[in-house]
Design a protein around this ligand. Structure first.
Ligand SMILES: Nc1ncnc2c1ncn2[C@@H]1O[C@H](COP(=O)(O)OP(=O)(O)OP(=O)(O)O)[C@@H](O)[C@H]1O
Length: 310
């Protein structure tokens, strides 16, 4: 497995605050890597370190094998980025905005039409950016990141400001991008549903530390199974299930029993059903729940304590 982005012990301190704490990112070439974490977890700081916009306090980052601190220009040539502060000029047209970057990168003129086509902004390219909707600006920012066909795309919260239709379009676009162009995509987000549908790999950041990382399907497969339990007396069922050694919590859809790693789901369901029925409760549902990114996020502790850095 070759890595498009790799960090070792990457850390960044702001005064007393350790915003990024010994992060070892491994982003395989050709992956769509969802970089998750609640607000203040350190995603943007990590991205700024990857782009060489900030210097690390410790550790190192490599883009396509190039050390970002030692050889920033060479690393920068391999990356296209979309950051929250986009730096678009509102009085210029979309095309003119792209042209500024195109000239800076010494790319041929045709490159502008190629990226406009990709983000479907060709028809609006002559209009001033001041007249663009937030979603159009976001797509223009994406078009600019795509100029020069970079090997690595780094996108900080790319779905910000997009309506549900725009989010769905972006999702399809990003999911297909590695297959179409061979590019690797790292996108940060706090939207689990978005990442679950888009990413092949994830990394979860919590209070500056990377608490989970890997192929999304493999990480999900390694999660303990869960059973959703419907009864007519959830409070009593919760107590009884706990007495019988089940790890249970009350959720919006009913009781959620989390099985121990390796515990057989059929056996556990039968034992739980028996315990509840023996106590005189009526069980009307006992359903295995698909393993989800939400469970992974929860078990990694990323949604628990607010990050001290936040
Ligand atoms: N230039 C700075 N000076 C001081 N503290 C900073 C600076 N930049 C970031 N921080 C702090 O570092 C921590 C991590 O911030 P960061 O923006 O990286 O988080 P994030 O995960 O991207 O969150 P968000 O989604 O809200 O942008 C926060 O506590 C933030 O206040």
């Amino acid at each position: 497995m070759t890595l498009a982005i790799e960090t070792e012990g990457l850390s960044r301190r702001f005064g007393e605050r350790l915003a990024v704490d010994q992060v070892d990112l491994q982003v395989p070439t050709g992956s769509v890597y969802g970089f998750l974490g609640r607000n203040g977890a350190g995603k943007t700081t990590t991205i700024r370190l990857l782009l060489g916009l900030l210097r690390p306090t410790a550790g190192r980052a490599r883009i396509c094998g190039i050390d970002v601190v030692r050889d920033r220009p060479a690393a920068a040539r391999r990356v296209g980025a979309l950051l929250e502060a986009q730096g678009l000029y509102p009085h210029l047209s979309g095309r003119e905005n792209l042209d500024l970057t195109r000239r800076l990168l010494a790319l041929p003129r045709g490159e502008i039409d190629r990226v406009l086509e990709l983000v479907e902004l060709r028809a609006a390219a002559g209009r001033r950016v001041a007249e663009y909707s937030l979603g159009m600006r976001q797509r223009l920012g994406l078009a600019r990141a795509l100029l020069g066909e970079p090997s690595v795309l780094i996108l900080d919260e790319p779905s910000n400001g997009l309506d549900p239709e725009g989010i769905a379009e972006l999702r399809g676009f990003l999911r297909d991008l590695p297959g179409r162009s061979g590019a690797t995509v790292l996108l940060s987000s706090h939207l689990l549903g978005e990442i679950e549908q888009t990413a092949s790999h994830v990394g979860i950041l919590c209070a500056g530390r990377l608490v989970s990382q890997g192929r999304l399907d493999a990480l999900k497969a390694g999660l303990p199974a869960e059973l959703l339990v419907g009864t007519d007396a959830p409070d009593a069922a919760l107590a009884i299930a706990r007495q019988h050694g089940f790890e249970v919590e009350a959720g919006p859809e009913g009781l959620l029993a989390r099985l121990a790693a390796g515990e057989g789901i059929e056996q556990a369901a039968a034992a739980l059903n028996q315990a509840l029925c023996a106590a005189g409760l009526r069980v009307h549902a006992l359903v295995p729940r698909p393993r989800s990114l939400e469970s992974l996020y929860h078990l990694a502790g990323a949604d628990a304590a607010p990050s001290p850095a936040a």
